[in-house]
Design a protein around this ligand. Sequence first.
Ligand code: GLU
Length: 313
Amino acid sequence: MTAVTPPAPVVGRFAPSPTGRMHAGNVFAALAAWLVAKSQGGKVVLRIEDLDAERSKPAYIDAVQRDFEALGLTWDEGPYFQHSRTEAYRAAFDELAARGLVYPCFCTRADLHAASAPHRGEKPVYPGTCRGLSAAERASRALERTPAQRLRVPHEEVAFTDQVQGPYAQNLVQDCGDFLVRRSDGAFAYQLAVVVDDAEQGVSSVVRGVDLLCSTPQQIHLQSLLGLPHPDYAHVPLLVAERDRRLSKRDRDAALDALLARFKTPAAVIGRIAGLTGLAPTCDPATPEELLGTFDLAALPTAFPDLVQVRWE
Ligand code: GLU
């Protein structure tokens, strides 16, 4: 008899940046990630994305964990911290550099702003200003300024099917450009860190806000270069504070504290968010566990066209 290998369990993740308290949008994305993993019998990893040492605050690291716990958004592994993973990021960076795929970029913020028009309203495309510098030019520029490091991308299309947004593709040169893998202050860039972490932590299901959809081809490209597996991706719509403005940590009335004060219980907050966003058929109070019964990822809209639906006031 041939042995049948059981399918690997789904591993989802929460990857909060501890730069403020959670708001309704963060709760929605985390709830969706939890439901996707748990509805497939999988587990959830908690990773604190404190790569940006200046903006990450210890108080928020505690707060985000308490908030997840209060809401019933349990995790099975972690927390893992990006601040303790520098050696892993360095190893990946060194591998790319050894293959000649990385070059120093001396552009200032102002240079970049002047040189690159935002493309498709999504993100600025780096025009390759420092790509062709000679070794002598690099050496002399380095005397004045510590460079950032960029990955040289090929003229290739990266295409994938998002579980919520459907088919999505970018030409790496035209839609993205050579992108940062290390900042000029020495910190490894988000794109590199997230790819190394997702692989190391066995993440097979990435569920996050649609603002990161345009980063996904970069991450898939890095996974291919580093020989890492490609997770499934589901990019959920963003909640809006008012017409055309996404919710941010400055929107006090959508902050978790304010929602708990208004709706009284964690289950009421979860139920309300789930009902408004299409994660559940009604806004009745519910725990994440209770939502598993009716959860259907395929029923999630790709955007929230009726903005009134997701008003918090
Ligand atoms: N840390 C990011 C955030 O809180 C999420 C990054 C990701 O999911 O890849 O917005």
